[in-house]
Design a protein around this ligand. Structure first.
Ligand SMILES: Nc1ncnc2c1ncn2[C@@H]1O[C@H](COP(=O)(O)OP(=O)(O)OP(=O)(O)O)[C@@H](O)[C@H]1O
Ligand SMILES: [Mg+2]
Length: 278
């Protein structure tokens, strides 16, 4: 329920939607036998003690809370829940990236996220986003990057990502930016699209995927289409990815989680760049 007289906050609407989706899916998974999912909002005052503890400025925040009546989280799980790739779900069921993406987005927006879980009561995830005092943008509900950072329908991007939610997010964001988007959930299926005659301007691929890594895919794809440009993404930091030899130094790289602005700027710069000499 949206609180009456709710303050406004300034955040990327697509990413915020992704936060609500992530938290709702977690709540659903915690209630295999059914239960209640409550999404609510409120104006919140963060006092000095709370501000100190969570390292955000004291002041006024907009609170978004997603609560379920499902299984609770143990203190051990709470302690690791925001770590990328931490999951208690079966292999293939969860990537462990949901809460780490939520955390990244909320911190980047100047806010804080807190988990509360009680035995036999379920879990409440509280997201605090700073109150925005500026003028509302009148007839522009969705803030898109400037025209210079957008794409055109004749620029075709192949998105390869094994996690469905992340893939759908990228597809939707790139389409909103004006690009034509084709997607595949694995390297093998991406190569099939290319072998079937698909002609793409950019390959935008996850690095860490089962069976074929993004790096191997890029190598095989570029062998077939020497003019294809490549942009990698991963939840690992750039250093970790380079260290793990997943990427070579100097490769085009966009760290996860990314907002539409970062995606727009990176994709545009890669598409506009000169191809390295063969
Ligand atoms: N609402 C919840 N109730 C109980 N446990 C939860 C809840 N939300 C998260 N968790 C625990 O935290 C872990 C990490 O959550 P996170 O969203 O990061 O990953 P995931 O849901 O396992 O995978 P993904 O979101 O990538 O599909 C979960 O595996 C689960 O153990
Ligand atoms: Mg999740």
């Amino acid at each position: 329920m949206l609180a009456a007289g709710l303050w406004r906050t300034h955040a990327d609407p697509i990413q915020l939607e992704n936060v609500i989706l992530n938290l709702s899916v977690n709540a659903r998974d915690a209630m295999p036998n059914g239960g209640k999912l409550i999404i609510e909002t409120a104006n919140a005052h963060v006092d000095d003690a709370f501000a100190d503890e969570y390292q955000i400025p004291a002041g006024q925040y907009v609170l978004l809370a997603v609560t379920d009546t499902g299984s609770d989280m143990t203190p051990e799980v709470i302690a690791q829940a925001f770590d990328p790739f931490f999951t208690t779900k079966a292999v293939g069921a969860g990537t462990g990236l949901g809460l780490s993406q939520v955390f990244g987005f909320v911190r980047q927006s100047g806010g804080h996220v807190k988990l509360y879980s009680e035995i036999d009561f379920g879990t409440s995830v509280k997201v605090y986003l700073p109150r925005f005092y500026g003028e509302a943008a009148p007839a522009a509900p969705k803030r898109l990057p400037t025209a210079a950072l957008r794409g055109q329908a004749n620029e075709v991007i192949l998105v390869v990502e094994d996690e469905e939610r992340v893939r759908n997010y990228s597809i939707e964001a790139l389409r909103e930016l004006g690009y034509t988007v084709v997607s595949a959930p694995s390297g093998a299926q991406a190569l099939r699209l290319i072998d079937d005659g698909g002609d793409f301007n950019l390959l935008f691929t996850d690095v860490v995927m089962p069976e074929m890594t993004g790096r191997k895919l890029a190598e095989l794809a570029v062998a077939r289409r020497p003019k294809l440009k490549v942009l990698f993404t991963t939840g690992y930091t750039r250093n970790a990815a380079v260290h793990n030899a997943a990427l070579e130094y100097g490769t085009n790289f966009l760290p996860k989680p990314f907002g539409i602005d970062q995606l727009a700027a990176k994709v545009r710069s890669v598409l506009d760049s000169e191809l390295p000499a063969p």
